[in-house]
Design a protein around this ligand. Structure first.
Ligand SMILES: NC(=O)c1ccc[n+]([C@@H]2O[C@H](COP(=O)([O-])OP(=O)(O)OC[C@H]3O[C@@H](n4cnc5c(N)ncnc54)[C@H](OP(=O)(O)O)[C@@H]3O)[C@@H](O)[C@H]2O)c1
Length: 257
């Protein structure tokens, strides 16, 4: 299996102001990469840059805004003539309450998780094609993409769409020598999951999760999944006959009385 170290590369990472993205950025700084970091929170990004000012550049952007494509493209071009790895990690999670149905919520989540990812690809694709170091797009989906789960109408749909989107992209970019990998994390301790008010099986600390992500990225795995026990449970559920799968899903619906 291929092994291309995530070292001494020019890496653009989105969602680097918090959680998985920030921890990933910190690890990639330690391994000698040149980083361009993106999110909306300029203060958090600047603090990260200050930890390694010669290695890190900041591009502040709201990927939910369609104007961000031109802004990000121009900002990236001003900083570099190529990008070796793009890590599309920025994302948001909101759960739908069907008793207070809200399409605006669905739109907010899709805007960031799916359309935001597409905007980032549009902004960086030419720079990726200019890489001489076997360029790589890495997109963060979720274990929630594996089967329909309660209250995940927006989040689950956005992450399942990300899988389909990246699978197609991997096929179409192959002729340009650009690899595409998809990450399916289970529950990872971050500000995003700190908000959850339900029990999270096999919750993983962020450093362990990021180490597994880097290991998979270096092996150029097409799909990077963890933790194993959660992924197998969800894959098993997805493989059940429809009625059994429905019943398993129903058992997760909480009784809000
Ligand atoms: N934690 C988990 O259990 C888990 C599980 C599966 C998948 N994931 C996925 O992993 C990724 C990272 O999540 P996390 O847990 O690290 O969450 P987090 O701590 O909330 O971080 C989310 C990051 O995305 C950025 N972001 C959100 N909206 C943005 C926007 N409109 N424009 C630009 N950046 C935006 C945030 O930055 P700003 O707020 O500064 O913009 C932040 O840096 C997400 O895609 C998430 O869906 C997480």
């Amino acid at each position: 299996m291929a092994h291309i170290p995530l070292e001494n590369r020019t890496v653009w990472i989105t969602g680097a102001s918090s959680g998985i993205g920030r921890s990933m950025a910190q690890k990639l700084i330690q391994s000698g990469n040149r980083l361009i970091i993106t999110a909306r929170n300029e203060t958090a990004l600047t603090a990260l840059k200050q930890s390694a000012p010669d290695q890190v550049e900041v591009v502040v952007a709201d990927i939910a805004d369609s104007n961000s494509i031109a802004h990000m493209r121009e900002s990236l071009r001003a900083l570099t003539d190529h990008i070796d790895t793009v890590i599309l990690n920025a994302g948001t999670c909101e759960y739908l309450d069907v008793s207070n149905y809200d399409t605006d919520l669905v739109e907010r989540v899709i805007q960031v998780n799916l359309l935001g990812m597409s905007r980032c690809i549009q902004a960086s694709l030419e720079l990726l094609k200019s890489s001489s170091k076997h360029p790589h797009i890495v997109g963060v989906s979720s274990a929630a993409a594996l089967t329909g789960l309660p209250r995940a109408e927006a989040y689950g749909a956005s992450k399942a769409a990300v899988v389909s989107f990246l699978e197609s992209l991997g096929l179409d970019l192959n002729r340009y020598g650009v690899d595409v990998s998809i990450i399916y994390p289970g529950f990872v301790e971050t500000p995003l999951t700190d908000r959850n008010d339900f029990s999270m099986p096999f919750l993983m600390d962020v450093d362990t999760a990021v180490s597994l992500m880097i290991e998979g990225i270096e092996k150029r795995k097409i799909k990077i999944t963890f933790p194993r026990r959660l992924i197998w449970s969800l894959k098993l559920m997805a493989a059940l006959p429809e009625k059994l799968r429905f019943r398993a899903g129903l058992s997760m619906v909480r009784n809000t009385g």
